[in-house]
Structure formats: structure tokens, C-alpha cells
Design a protein. Sequence first.
Length: 140
Amino acid sequence: MSEPFSVPVTVRGYETDALGHLNQSVYLQYSEHARWSMLQAAGIGQSELIGKGVGPVVLETTIRYARELRAGDQVDVTCAFEWGEGKTFRVLQTIRKTDGTVSAEVVSVGGLMDLTERRLVTDPQGCFRALTDEPQLFGL
């Protein structure tokens, strides 16, 4: 199995809290940044999604914090899709310092919403396959 997609991020001072730790909400922003970066690497931008009448939605997110991050820390944020049989999928993400220390693990349940019907599409795997020439990025 190949390594999951990842994107580097440097923790910025204004993202930290009064204790000097990365603010808890920023972990979600880093995760979102990695997901959109992966979509872009697969050739799928917002205009392509809208053109197909779909949009990604996050239905649930769990964050497990392991080690603090501070301003100047450099991390890699991974992104891997895990497919099931239904309308939803899981996105597994790790925020890891460059020395290998895991700072947080983020697990999301997502789907693709039909923007006209306002319901999840029944075959998100097929939809992603139709949108990209890089299906391996999605584990397809």
C-alpha cells in the first residue's frame, strides 16, 4: 500500500492559544486544507465539483490529540479515504511533526451531496472516479 497523500504545514504564531499551543480549532483547518489539497492534486477543484452538481460534506469529525504543537513547528497532514458500501466514506488524517511524533489523529465521516436534490449521492466512489484521472489518491 502506498503512503497516504500529505501536505506540509508550518504552525503560525497567530494560530496558538494563550498557553502557546496550537488552538484546537486549527487542527480542523489543517485537516480541511489537506483534504482540499488532495482534491486539487487529483484535478478536482470547486468548479469541477459544482459543474457535476455535487459538493463534499463532513457529517462527523473526531479529533484525538496526542502531542502539543507550538509556533514554528512543521507538520505533515495526511489524508486517506476509507470506503464502505453506502453513501458515506471515512477520511483518516494524521497530523505528524517532521520528527515522526503524532500530534493528532482526525477521523471524519463524509459524503458527496447532490446540490439539486440536497441529498447524498448514492455512489460517491463512482462520482470521484468520474471526476479524476488519479483514482489511486482516493484509494480507488
